[in-house]
Design a protein around this ligand. Structure first.
Ligand code: PAF
Length: 282
């Protein structure tokens, strides 16, 4: 596997592949890679001739009081893991390469509507940071296909929307969420949890499953959401939300709607802020 840090090196490699007619797969990450990330690489591998993974902790998607400074940076281990998963190129740029005019002075990509709710409402500017860096990475890597985890469901919708709206010829593939044996969705932020908190965090997936079960039993959305909050709090979580939304656009469904829905949870547990979701169709 080759590693590049500059745009010029990456572009030269991509140009050579393009001359050979290769189909390019791309997995953008912020590093600290785990089995969930490697499953994205495997999906890209299956759909492309060449695979690029990026590792870049993107400053513009972190709020002022968030964990940018302490976000785990494990580039050597990430490089070894990617090589083992048959990745062709690791692109690990620095902030200057991604933001030549400075992170605060960057042209920004603002995706409307879908970013106004849930994570976008609680983390102002987060999705503009994500959309901006993903657009820049797409321009550098020029992939035919890019793989994103379904765990960050709102991010997936944001990326789909920007790809379509900016007329980018890139197929966006959604990868299923990887879970620990207790149901906890794999996340780089799980490393902020103690062993005991990791056990307790199983309540998130358990609650999502209970929300699905209750919807199928015909319970009202509002009651299901209220019960979910109580269950999360009983396990020591401090939830930001536990909601049922339309999977297509995260709009609030009418009381009568039962299909095409998704349950989403965001909660604090100790030092960690964790998100997860579960599509609710049978
Ligand atoms: O999901 C992530 O790790 C990041 O939000 C992404 C897509 C790599 C953009 O920085």
């Amino acid at each position: 596997m080759e590693s590049f840090a500059t745009a010029a090196d990456l572009r030269a490699r991509v140009a050579a592949w393009r001359r050979d007619g290769a189909r390019i797969g791309f997995v953008p990450t912020m590093g600290n890679l785990h089995a969930g990330h490697f499953s994205l690489v495997a999906l890209a591998r299956a759909r492309a001739d060449k695979v690029v993974a990026s590792v870049f902790v993107n400053p513009t998607q972190f709020g002022p009081n968030e964990d940018f400074a302490s976000y785990p940076r494990t580039l050597d281990a990430d490089r070894a893991g990617l090589a083992a998963y048959d990745c062709d190129v690791l692109f690990a740029p620095d902030v200057r390469t991604m933001y030549p005019f400075g992170a605060g002075e960057s042209v920004r990509v603002d995706v409307p509507q879908i970013t106004q709710t849930l994570e976008g409402k609680l983390r102002p500017g987060h999705f503009a940071g994500v959309a901006t860096v993903v657009t820049k990475l797409f321009n550098l890597v020029q992939p035919d296909v890019a793989v994103f985890g379904q765990k960050d469901f709102q991010q997936l919708l944001v990326v789909r929307r920007l790809t379509e709206d900016l007329c980018l010829p890139i197929e966006i593939v959604a990868a299923p969420t990887w879970r620990e044996s207790n149901g906890l969705a794999m996340s780089s932020r799980n490393r902020y949890l103690s062993g005991e908190q990791r056990d307790r965090a199983a309540v998130i997936h358990r609650t999502l499953c209970a929300m699905r079960e209750r919807l199928h039993l015909g319970r009202a959305h509002a009651d299901i959401e209220a019960d979910a909050l109580v269950e999360l709090e009983a396990a020591g979580c401090v939830p930001d939300y536990a909601v049922i939304r339309r999977a297509a656009d995260l709009a609030v469904p009418t009381a009568a709607e039962r299909r095409g829905l998704i349950a989403l949870i965001a909660t604090r547990l100790g030092r960690a802020r964790l998100i997860d979701n579960l599509p609710l169709d049978p």
